[in-house]
Design a protein around this ligand. Structure first.
Ligand SMILES: *Cc1c(COP(=O)(O)O)cnc(C)c1O
Length: 377
């Protein structure tokens, strides 16, 4: 018998699996889901598509998911004046799997991945799981990037993968195209070079005038733009993430992907959902308006709020954020205790849910000394 059981990799011992607490409360504003479910017509189409797929489930699915790549390319082409071809598209079970595959192909022992904190807490986990060294720079106090410092860090550390969420989670901050271009150039300037992954999980929620990095694809062949159907598309349960990049990058991922990683059921569900894109995305405009209202209301309470291009807002700062989080939970509102110390993140829900959130937060702030004195205005 070994002394330690199970005989895990040493760096994994004692670690907890990632994930927000899943609590059954009336108002769930903690994981940036779209609060609006699919319409009965969309549900019927998904069910019929799954029924069709079910009749051939004795066969393996299309390993190259050509029909789905074609549909995703058509969807992405709306944001890309140059157009996106199916060969430029790759997909997996959520964009988390897409990014893990990128690290499997482009990271690994002796290589590094880099991002700028505060940022998505899964990134260091992809690095750990692929035995890639994790490097981290920092954002400014307004959560933007100091471009010169960011470029200098990339040139110094020479990462194989740069992960840039835009809009960023948990801050909501979008990156200007100049930043993406500058870092693509920096990552192409050393041997053997790095890829730059712009994680656009929340991009459909961006404010007017904020462009997508898809427009930059013709200029930078080391650029990868990752997207998901989990947020704006209201399909978190369907598990479908995808990317657009140079076809040689998609071909490289095909080497590390497991055979038939996208089930016939997943492909059928995603294709049906894409046919209902206008409807599923129809509520995005409402959510953006609700977001802007929420940000303005929080500021009206004397709180700091990060500018947000996403479907959530990061606000604070509180002396004891956990007490505020718990106070909201006691009133049936679940948000997320995430980000720099003192800050909290609320996902944007329906108008009724946001009204519950405002009511609960007003009560919590009235009953506790939860402010930092210097933030009281
Ligand atoms: C939610 C989220 C994703 C999407 O994850 P899926 O695996 O596609 O559900 C990706 N990146 C960030 C930063 C996110 O917050």
């Amino acid at each position: 018998m070994t002394a330690v059981f199970p005989p895990l990799r040493e760096e994994l011992r004692g670690l907890e699996p990632y994930g927000a607490p899943q609590l059954d409360v009336p108002v769930q504003l903690n994981v940036n889901e779209n609060p609006y479910g699919p319409s009965p017509a969309c549900v019927a189409d998904i069910a019929a598509s799954v029924a069709t797929a079910a009749s051939t489930l004795n066969r393996y699915p299309d390993r190259e998911f050509v029909e789905l790549r074609t549909a995703l390319a058509a969807y992405l082409s709306r944001d890309a004046p140059q157009g996106i071809t199916p060969e430029q598209v790759w997909a997996a079970n959520g964009s988390n799997e897409v990014m893990l595959q990128l690290l499997q192909a482009f990271g690994g022992p002796g290589r590094s991945a880099l991002s700028f904190a505060p940022t998505y807490s899964m990134y260091p986990e992809y690095a750990r799981d692929t035995m890639t060294t994790w490097e981290q720079g920092h954002r400014e106090s307004d959560f933007s990037l100091d471009l010169d410092a960011a470029r200098a860090l990339v040139l110094e550390r020479r990462p194989s993968v740069v992960l840039l969420p835009s809009p960023n989670n948990p801050t909501g901050t979008a990156l200007p195209p100049e930043a993406v271009g500058m870092l693509c150039e920096a990552a192409a300037s050393y041997e053997p070079g790095g890829i730059v992954v712009v994680d656009e999980a929340y991009v459909e929620f961006r404010r007017d005038g904020t462009p997508s990095a898809l427009e930059l694809l013709p200029r930078y062949r080391n650029l990868v733009v990752s997207r998901t159907m989990s947020k704006a598309f209201a399909l978190a349960g369907g598990r479908l993430g995808y990317l657009a990049a140079d076809p040689v990058i998609c071909d490289a991922i095909r080497v590390v992907r497991l055979p038939y990683h996208l089930s016939a059921v997943t492909q059928a569900v995603a294709l049906a959902a894409l046919r209902h894109a206008p409807e599923l995305l129809g509520r995005v405009a409402d959510l953006r308006a609700e977001r802007d209202e929420c940000v303005a209301w929080l500021r009206g309470q004397g709180l700091q709020v990060a500018d947000s291009d996403a479907n959530f807002a990061l606000f604070g700062t509180f002396v004891d954020r956990h007490a505020v989080w718990r106070g909201l939970l006691e009133r049936g509102v679940l948000i997320r205790e995430v980000g720099p110390d003192g800050w909290l993140r609320v996902s944007i829900g329906t108008a009724e849910e946001m009204s519950s959130f405002r009511g609960a937060l007003t009560q919590v702030m009235a009953t506790q000394t939860t402010y930092r004195d210097e933030d009281r205005s």
